[in-house]
Design a protein. Structure first.
Length: 1006
């Protein structure tokens, strides 16, 4: 052996070069590698590395000299000239791999034979990693094999990428397309087509910044047709040896959290599903939905390493937008707005993200990541819980109760040290919390004293304590705290009575299930996990495996109402099943929307304040003080949104019949690429009745449709020219707290998201008041007029104040609902005529608003509700009155009195009320109802014009003019008027009403 070693080791081998950790050299004459290392290297590692290059080892020897490990490896390299040409690349890869700076096993290193540098190979690896997340048809190994089998084409694509983002040279594109066509293997052809599609649709990259990361932005919107399901429009991928991350956006103005994922093989799917959910949740705020996430490939990482990877991820994402500190070749338009939020695993990282944004000069500064030390803390404000309870209170209002003051029995999921659960359980001192389930404990208080229990819950919350820290002396007799993994728990007589069981003991899991099934007033979810599914679903298909053993079926739930303060507490099918059995429930995106809402406010407020800091008009401390001063006003606005959402759902429950729901669903599916029924388990038209409980559409389904109706309406407003008029700037004022607007009005009108804020305000206002039915008659050309007409009519009758007065002054909730629906019917009637007249004339919509002062002068009451009761019959014809005023230049009072005479003489309101009272049996009946309404409307307006055009018309003596005209026409109308008088006595029918309407019109035409 010694002789053999002497043959392999020469005198020169004992000469140790100066180096730090590892040094490599290559002797081309003997094809021998010399490796010098301060640490021992496994020979298998070296062997595997060379195997990546398809280099065979003939002999190897290792020894220690001067505290240095020396490895001499003789090889057989078939293409030595090519190797020598790219020797530096090979040696760099070997050195960095031996230093554990890059992977030791990577088949892509073979691309060094084509002259790809380590950086270029990393780029290729990044694209492959992304492609593997995007498409599941081929796994990573198959993709790599295809690329290596066509290595020259692979090199060409990398060269194309580099030229595209350095010199803007796209000349290789045609050649690459031709080479792909020449691939004979079908699977390899598919792989290359997808790869090149990704590269062609990449619009920015930080590749040339030579950072640890490689990130690139892709316009997925350009190849959605080859992807499955709902997809983002824009996504960014971040590659690093130790982690990979992705960020998905529905548009450039989007927001959502960043999470630490534990799903390395399909984390894009996880993030995509959450982005889809976020898109719906963001319906009431300015940005659309987004979501980001990353996976770390190391186990048991330190806080320091986690911060490093998170920081690298943030930095790489910022490289791909208009930050200002880097200039990249880009193929997309300006991309200046990019915000993130905390999510699973990143709850304490907002300040870290903001530090990076500030350091890089990003204009959003500490508005980049909401919820940091200078922002609105969700837990300190308790905003998510406040919003959830506020929304759920609608169910108790309808029951004649108050969720904030009444004694209500509750079972909950969560811990008092948690934000949503802890804050929620402190909003009513009289909550009777009978039991709670956290991730590790079960709390039971069979007969709680509300005052004692409240004080103890408060102590736990303030000291961030768990259920095991609950003072046992303050739990009612027989209660206690148990571990969730206990095999057997002996039941006290009190717990037996609570659970209505004779069993002596239960496992902790079964005990938790029994709690979830208790007959209580409220089942409150404030902790992470999916605890309820439908009876038709299998636990196997539900992603939350941790709670599978305590998950119950929705048809077993006996709570009066469910509040989803936490996300995904129930599956969508579970919500449907619970609602169909009469349970009161909304949707997680409705109940817990206050958190995302206040974060969006924080961003938009900080944009204004930071711009003033940049101009030296404000200091950082003054900014923080202002945010604190308006905090309560912001909370009020956020909670008002929750209130309006819940109220809207209650109103739409009463008035959205099946045909209208079908119409809305069809419009959303036909005109958007982001709403699909199957994503929300919604049936086809022929089975739509499965979404109805008795005659009411179930709220979870209604909530989804409502959210997407808002998104649809907002997008339409932004893409149309609705906002070209300054008239709509007033909605910008409505968004901000009054004191803030008054102080910073000039800066607010320069807000970069001015249009988006206005569009969101308008969409929220219309849908919150009118409901999803607003979009049910969508026609692209006339829809703009409908939006404008609704907003103008809403202002003309002062409907915002009117609705508030109805809520505040009408105690009976059913009367409230009837009045609110009546207001919308009045507006709807007027809007229909207004839209039709705008379509057929050159009149601008804002002409109508110019008559508002004339109208208000005729109204002398102070109370809007009193005004409405007196004037609602004439409000329906307001636009027509204004049009006649414009056409004939008459005094508005004269026109109003003329309409009064016509409406009274022909008992128009009796006809309209009768039409309204008839429920259509089918779409034909519905169409007939609308036709009769239009005919009556046409008659009143045309008759008014006939009177004005009569030869003896005298505005100063209107009554005589009207009577004279009627006298001349009396014989023609006498029989019809007699028939109208009989309406109340006879059986109501559309046939009779249609006959009357047609008779009136025929008389006009004579």
């Amino acid at each position: 052996m010694n002789d053999l070693c002497k043959q392999l080791i020469s005198k020169e081998d004992y000469e140790i070069p100066n180096f730090n950790e590892v040094y490599l050299s290559f002797d081309k004459n003997t094809q021998t590698f010399h490796i010098y290392s301060k640490n021992k290297l496994p020979i298998t590692t070296i062997s595997n590395l060379l195997q990546n290059f398809n280099i065979s080892i003939l002999d190897s020897v290792s020894f220690i000299n001067k505290n240095t490990y020396v490895y001499k490896i003789k090889t057989d390299i078939q293409h030595i000239d090519t190797f020598l040409k790219h020797e530096k690349i090979f040696l760099e890869i070997l050195e960095k791999a031996l230093l554990n700076k890059i992977y030791t096993l990577c088949k892509l290193y073979y691309m060094a034979w084509e002259g790809l540098t380590l950086r270029e190979i990393s780029l290729l690896r990044a694209i492959i990693k992304y492609q593997n997340q995007l498409f599941y048809e081929f796994n990573e190994n198959l993709i790599i094999s295809a690329l290596l089998n066509n290595s020259k084409l692979t090199k060409m694509i990398i060269e194309y990428f580099k030229q595209k983002f350095s010199t803007k040279d796209l000349s290789l594109e045609e050649k690459i397309e031709k080479e792909i066509k020449n691939i004979s293997n079908l699977n390899e052809d598919k792989i290359f087509r997808v790869l090149f599609t990704i590269v062609k649709n990449t619009v920015r990259t930080n590749y040339f910044l030579n950072k640890e990361t490689i990130s690139f932005k892709v316009l997925t919107q350009n190849f959605k047709n080859i992807l499955f399901g709902m997809q983002p429009n824009i996504e960014s991928y971040v590659y690093h040896n130790d982690f990979n991350g992705i960020h998905l956006r529905m548009s450039k103005i989007s927001r959502g959290g960043l999470r630490w994922s534990d799903r390395p093989h399909d984390f894009r799917d996880e993030i995509k599903d959450l982005m889809i959910t976020q898109e719906a949740k963001n319906a009431l705020i300015i940005p659309e939905g987004a979501k980001g996430g990353f996976v770390i490939f190391k186990n048991n990482i330190s806080k320091k390493d986690f911060k490093k990877y998170y920081s690298l991820f943030i930095d790489a994402l910022l490289d791909l937008i208009d930050v200002g500190d880097v200039e990249l070749v880009k193929y997309d338009e300006n991309d200046f707005y990019f915000v993130v939020a905390a999510d699973k695993g990143t709850s304490s990282m907002s300040d870290v993200a903001n530090e990076i944004a500030i350091k890089r000069g990003y204009f959003l500064k500490d508005a980049f990541a909401s919820g940091g030390s200078t922002g609105y803390s969700h837990k300190e404000l308790g905003i998510t819980a406040k919003g959830a309870i506020h929304t759920t209170n609608r169910f108790f209002i309808e029951r004649g109760q108050n969720i904030y003051t009444d004694k209500l029995s509750v079972v909950g999921v969560g811990s008092m040290r948690g934000d949503v659960f802890g804050n929620g359980m402190l909003l009513n001192k009289n909550f009777l919390l009978l039991g709670a389930i956290s991730h590790s404990e079960i709390f039971i208080d069979p007969n709680p004293d509300p005052k004692i229990a409240y004080e103890e819950r408060k102590r736990l919350f303030e000291n961030s304590l768990s259920w095991k820290d609950y003072d046992k002396s303050k739990i009612s007799k027989g209660g206690g705290v148990f571990k969730r993994d206990e095999k057997s728990i002996t039941l006290s007589p009190e717990i037996k009575e609570l659970l209505n069981t004779k069993e002596e003991s239960l496992s902790a899991e079964e005990l938790a299930k029994r709690l979830l099934r208790l007959k209580v007033d409220l089942l409150y979810f404030g902790g992470i996990g999916t605890y309820v599914k439908s009876s038709e679903e299998q636990n196997l298909h539900i992603s939350d495996k941790q709670n599978a053993n305590i998950r119950v079926n929705a048809n077993e739930i006996n709570a009066f109402a469910i509040c989803e303060g936490a996300n995904l507490a129930l599956t969508m099918q579970g919500r449907y099943e619970y609602a169909l059995k009469g349970g009161k429930i909304n949707l997680d995106a409705i109940d817990n929307s206050a958190g995302v809402n206040i974060s969006d406010y924080e961003v938009n407020l900080k944009i204004i304040l930071n711009s003033l800091i940049d101009k030296n008009k404000l200091t950082e401390n003054e900014k923080i003080k202002i945010l604190k001063e308006i905090q309560n006003d912001v909370i009020d606005k956020v909670l008002q949104n929750n209130f309006e959402h819940a109220l809207l759902l209650s109103l739409d429950e009463k008035k959205i019949y099946k045909e209208k729901l079908i119409k809305v669903l069809e419009i959303l599916e036909k005109n958007t690429d982001y709403f699909k029924r199957k994503n929300y388990n919604m049936p086809k038209n022929s089975e739509i009745e499965t979404l109805y409980q008795n005659t009411h559409v179930i709220r979870p389904a209604l909530a989804i449709v409502m959210l997407y109706s808002k998104i649809f309406l907002k997008k339409y407003i932004l893409e149309s020219n609705v906002l070209d008029s300054n008239y709509y700037d007033k909605f910008l004022k409505e968004y901000f707290p009054e004191s803030f607007f008054n102080k910073f009005e000039h800066e607010i009108f320069s807000h970069p998201l001015k249009k988006e804020i206005i569009a969101t305000q308008i969409a929220n206002k219309i849908i919150n008041a009118h409901g999803i039915g607003f979009i049910s008659d969508y026609h692209e050309k006339s829809f703009k007029y409908k939006i404008e007409s609704y907003l103008i009519m809403n202002e003309l009758i002062n409907a915002d104040v009117l609705r508030k007065e109805i809520i505040q002054n009408v105690n009976d909730v059913n009367k409230q609902y009837d009045l609110l629906i009546d207001v919308e019917q009045t507006i709807k009637f007027a809007v229909k005529w207004m839209v039709k007249s705008l379509e057929n004339s050159n009149i601008k919509p804002l002409l109508f608003i110019t008559y508002k002062d004339d109208l208000r002068k005729l109204i002398n009451q102070q109370n809007e509700l009193e005004i409405y009761e007196k004037w609602k019959d004439f409000y329906k014809f307001l636009p027509a009155m204004f049009m006649i005023k414009h056409e004939y230049n008459l005094d508005l009072k004269t026109i109003l009195n003329l309409f009064k005479l016509i409406i009274t003489k022909f008992k128009i309101n009796t006809i309209l009320k009768t039409i309204k009272s008839i429920k259509p049996k089918n779409r034909l009946d519905k169409n007939l109802k609308e036709e009769v309404e239009r005919l009556i409307e046409y008659f009143v307006i045309t008759f008014a014009k006939e009177v004005i055009n009569s030869s003896d018309f005298n505005a100063k003596n209107l009554k005589r003019s009207f009577d004279n005209y009627i006298k001349r026409k009396n014989d023609e109308y006498e029989d019809i008027i007699e028939e109208i008088k009989k309406i109340k006595k006879e059986k109501k029918s559309l046939t009779l009403l249609s006959h009357i309407a047609n008779s009136l019109i025929l008389q006009l035409l004579k």
